[in-house]
Design a protein. Structure first.
Length: 321
């Protein structure tokens, strides 16, 4: 009996044996399909300064597919980051997935067994080197990863982010045109005060680097979910709010002048586009900007919270100003 009790004591220390559910992971060989979707009433000619290019619903037979909270572009492909610490790399030609790979973060907070260990919500991906910076909620930290997108090379948990909340932390992470990094707190539902933000002179994980405090004021009732930079240096912030019942989301883009992004500032700007119908009234959480043949393109992805009855929408727009 003594040996059994000793074994049981050891097993209780192993994740899973203590009753914690394993983090849901998309299988490496998961099927992936894309189908075109069109908003009710068809696509408008323009949405503010945007011309719609199209939207796809990404689907899979894997029950754990989805949950994408961040988006980056590299080469001719898109990189989607789930809120479970997985990267989906793909390129799309027409309505067909041309290439895909699924990579899981090996390094990160905790053991990686539970979803709380890999609550990845924001992403900066260096297009030249492939180095990635990932913002984690729950622990309110930023981790830097090697180009294999598996192994961490540095991490920082800024003291100013310590009180950003368990599930309301660094939802937006962006590298500005001048090399500075900006991280923005999501905040909680019905939060009235501006969100916390930190501005770093460069790599936030570099030794001794301390971010300067500033704040972001979203439109009333909205929370920031991601950010990206236009070629002219201005910042676009993706904002969403949700309603229930039935469950539906509003999505708007705010533009912030580049010269206003400085320590101590209260960042705010006009709403330049309402993307709610274009994103199928879904939970838009990822935003990326790229230049293709001289044209500025915006990509937006939604988080279906791994609910199979909700679509993962990947939409593309051309910036026409």
């Amino acid at each position: 009996m003594r040996w059994f009790l000793s074994l049981l004591a050891v097993l209780l220390l192993v994740p899973g044996w203590a009753g914690d559910a394993r983090l849901p992971l998309i299988a490496p060989d998961a099927t992936l399909r894309a189908r075109a979707i069109v908003p009710t009433g068809g696509w408008p000619r323009r949405i503010g300064p945007l011309a719609p290019v199209g939207a796809l619903a990404l689907e899979s037979d894997d029950p754990d597919f989805g949950g994408f909270s961040a988006l980056a572009l590299r080469g001719d492909g898109a990189v989607l980051l789930s809120d479970g610490g997985q990267f989906l790399r793909l390129s799309v030609a027409g309505h067909r997935i041309e290439r895909r790979a699924i990579v899981s973060l090996r390094d990160g907070p905790g053991t990686g067994w539970m979803k709380l260990d890999r609550d990845t919500e924001s992403l900066v991906l260096d297009r030249a080197s492939g180095v990635a910076w990932v913002g984690y909620e729950r622990v309110n930290a930023i981790w830097r990863y090697a180009p294999d997108l598996e192994h961490a090379t540095a991490t920082v948990a800024p003291a100013a982010m310590r009180h950003w909340g368990d599930n309301t932390g660094p939802e937006s992470l962006v590298r500005l045109a001048d090399g500075r990094f900006l991280v923005i707190q999501e905040g909680w539902r019905n939060m009235r005060e501006p969100r916390g933000a930190l501005l770093f002179d460069g790599d936030p994980t570099a030794p001794g680097r301390v971010g300067a405090a500033l704040r972001y004021r979203p439109p009333d009732g909205f929370a920031p979910s991601d950010a990206a930079v236009l070629p002219d240096g201005d910042l676009l912030v993706l904002n969403r709010r949700w309603h229930f019942p039935p469950l539906r989301f509003d999505t708007v883009l705010v533009r912030i002048a580049r010269d206003s992004i400085r320590p101590g500032a209260l960042l705010s700007g006009p709403v330049v586009a309402d993307l709610s119908p274009a994103m199928a009234r879904e939970n838009a959480e990822g935003l990326a900007v790229t230049v293709e043949r001289g044209a500025t393109m915006l990509w937006v992805v939604t988080d279906n919270d791994t609910n199979r009855w909700r679509p993962t929408v990947l939409a593309k727009f051309r910036w026409i100003g």
